[in-house]
Write a protein that binds this ligand. Structure first.
Ligand code: NDP
Length: 255
C-alpha cells in the first residue's frame, strides 16, 4: 500500500459541524476530495445547501442537515438522519464555534453562556451523540477544532471566555482519547492560529502588528491550509495518533 493511500477516505462518512463556511467548509472539501461522503451540519440551511452543492460537484455524496449543535435533540435527529441515509459515521469534525471580544469586567453572563454553549458544551454533546455510534461500530475518528488561544493569551484583543472554551476543548480531546481508545475511537484536535474567515477581523489595521508582524511567518493562514491536517487526523494516516493537539499557527506560539 502506498503511503498516500492512507489518506484516502473512500466509503467513509464524515460529519462536519459548521461545515458551511470558513475553516469547516475547507475541511469538508478536503475530506470530500479524499473520497468521503460529507454531512454539513450547521444552522443556516441555505448556506448548508450551497456547501453541499460544491461538495457534490466533487463527485461524492453529500448531505445538508440543519443543526444547532447546542441542542442535544437536534444532534440526535441529525445523527439518525445520517444513519438512515448512509448507515455509519466514521469521522466527526467538531468545528462549529463562535468568537467574542471584550473586557472581562464587562462581559455579561449571556455572552459567556453563548460562547461556552457553542465552543465547549456542544463539542461534548456532539462527541457523546456521535461517539455512541462510533463505539457501537468499534471505530471512528473525532477531530476537534481547538485554537492556539487555548494555549496562550492573545493580544491586543481580550477574549477570556473564548480562550477558556478552547483550553477546555483541548483537555476534552485528551480525556476522551484516553477513555475511548479501547472502543476504537481516536480523538485529536487542531489548534489553528489566525486564519482569515468571518469569525476573525483579521485585516483590521490595529491588529496588523500582533496578528501578522509578530507571527514568525509574517502572515495569517487561509482556511485551506487547515484542511490537510484535518484529513491527516481523520484518516488512517494517523492510525496510531490519539489525544494530540496539532498547532497550525505559522510559529506564533513559539515566542
Ligand atoms: P466562521 O464564523 O467562519 O464559521 C463558523 C461556523 O460555525 C459556521 O459554519 C456556523 O454556521 C457554525 N456554527 C456556529 N454556531 C453554530 C451552532 N450553534 N450550531 C451549528 N453550527 C454553528 O468561523 P471559522 O471558520 O473561523 O471557525 C471555525 C472554527 O475554527 C471555530 O471553532 C473557531 O473557534 C476555530 N478557530 C478559528 C480561528 C480563526 O482565526 N478563524 C483560529 C483558531 C480556531 P451557522 O451560522 O450556519 O450555524
Amino acid at each position: 500500500m502506498s503511503v498516500l493511500d492512507l489518506f484516502k477516505l473512500d466509503g467513509k462518512v464524515a460529519v462536519v459541524t459548521g461545515g458551511n463556511r470558513g475553516i469547516g467548509k475547507a475541511i469538508a472539501i478536503g475530506l470530500a476530495e479524499a473520497g468521503a461522503t460529507v454531512v454539513v451540519a450547521a444552522r443556516d440551511t441555505d448556506r448548508n445547501e450551497a456547501a453541499v452543492a460544491e461538495l457534490s460537484a466533487l463527485g461524492v455524496p453529500a448531505l445538508a442537515v440543519t443543526t444547532d449543535v447546542t441542542d442535544r435533540a437536534n444532534l440526535v435527529s441529525m445523527r439518525e438522519e445520517v444513519l438512515a441515509r448512509f448507515g455509519h459515521i466514521d469521522v466527526l469534525i467538531n468545528n462549529a464555534g463562535v468568537g467574542i471580544h471584550g473586557d472581562s469586567l464587562e462581559i455579561d453572563d449571556d455572552s459567556w453562556d453563548r460562547v461556552m454553549a457553542t465552543n465547549m458544551d456542544a463539542v461534548w454533546k456532539t462527541s457523546q451523540v456521535i461517539g455512541a455510534t462510533m463505539a457501537a461500530q468499534g471505530s471512528g475518528s473525532i477531530v476537534n477544532i481547538g485554537s492556539m488561544s487555548g494555549q496562550i493569551v492573545n493580544r491586543p484583543q481580550w477574549h477570556a471566555p473564548y480562550a477558556v472554551s478552547k483550553a477546555a476543548v483541548h483537555h476534552m480531546t485528551k480525556s476522551l482519547a484516553a477513555e475511548w481508545a479501547p472502543k476504537g475511537i481516536r480523538v485529536n484536535a487542531l489548534a489553528p492560529g489566525y486564519t482569515k474567515t468571518e469569525i476573525a477581523d483579521i485585516d483590521l489595521p490595529e491588529y496588523q502588528h500582533y496578528w501578522v508582524d509578530e507571527v514568525p511567518m509574517q502572515r495569517y493562514a487561509q482556511s485551506w491550509e487547515i484542511a490537510p491536517a484535518a484529513l491527516y487526523l481523520a484518516s488512517p494516516a494517523s492510525s496510531f495518533v490519539t489525544g494530540t493537539i496539532l498547532v497550525i499557527d505559522g510559529g506564533y506560539t513559539l515566542w
